[in-house]
Design a protein around this ligand. Sequence first.
Ligand SMILES: Nc1ncnc2c1ncn2[C@@H]1O[C@H](COP(=O)(O)OP(=O)(O)O)[C@@H](O)[C@H]1O
Ligand SMILES: [Mg+2]
Length: 298
Amino acid sequence: MQPSTSQKLDSQLVNLRAEYDKTQIQEILDELNQELIGLIPVKNRIQEIAALLLVDRLRKNLNLFSGSPGLHMSFTGSPGTGKTTVAMKMADILHRLGYIRKGHLLTVTRDDLVGQYIGHTAPKTKEVLKQATGGVLFIDEAYYLYKADNERDYGAEAIEILLQVMENQRDDLVVIFAGYKNKMDQFYASNPGLSSRVANHVNFPDYTPKELLEIAKIMLSEQQYKLETEANEILYNYITKRMQQPHFANARSIRNALDRARMRQANRIFSNDKTMLTKGDLVTIKVDDILKSRLFIM
Ligand SMILES: Nc1ncnc2c1ncn2[C@@H]1O[C@H](COP(=O)(O)OP(=O)(O)O)[C@@H](O)[C@H]1O
Ligand SMILES: [Mg+2]
């Protein structure tokens, strides 16, 4: 008698936990959770994608049909919301799962792919693709590749080549398109061929002022600095003011503000008459180091 289908399906076992441990992706997911404040929806999406890819690998091991899940991704969000940082982690995950051989991240923009003159674009794009092979190609502000008002723009040529490689070489190169959400939506709408090859969409929300304060504290402690207690509130006020200013770039603006606060701290210590300094003096960012920002003077 033929065994029933379900018996057949159950006869081969695969140890999910062992396979998962083997890939050591939990380590990266833990890093992601610890190093990055907030971003809960992003962290959940990355975990989902990792789970899907792992299950696909297990299916392949049992010779089950593998749809080769689409690996190419879209990371949307304002500047400084963590897209590049998460993309590096994603490259690591893809590498550990065996989808890419090297696991590096190559960040490019339009100018790296598109030439100024006829005949320059194809070699430029191909060279970038060669360098990215085995890793992740991160195309920042990807919508600049496509200029709707110019039919003869060389960007279209770069997109054509990208498309071919995304389709054929899908086993050893992953492309992540990144940029502002609304502009990326328009870009996909004008490039349906490309859009259909991007399977995973991850949106990075802007941070709240509270999250930005937490991010500031993480950044300071990474550099072995700390805020004196009274400086917390001042930094929070700084953040809410900075958010109203032009060119605000979420966590990146915070990093820049902290660089300046450290400079003021050094200046303050230096111009102080005190010659003997404690460790405390050297690590503490004080109220004044933040209040002297031009944001409070304006
Ligand atoms: N959630 C977060 N927690 C801690 N630091 C963050 C967070 N998001 C971004 N950063 C830091 O802010 C800076 C800008 O992030 P980045 O990944 O370059 O943003 P994007 O690529 O979206 O412009 C980096 O130094 C990064 O480490
Ligand atoms: Mg970036």
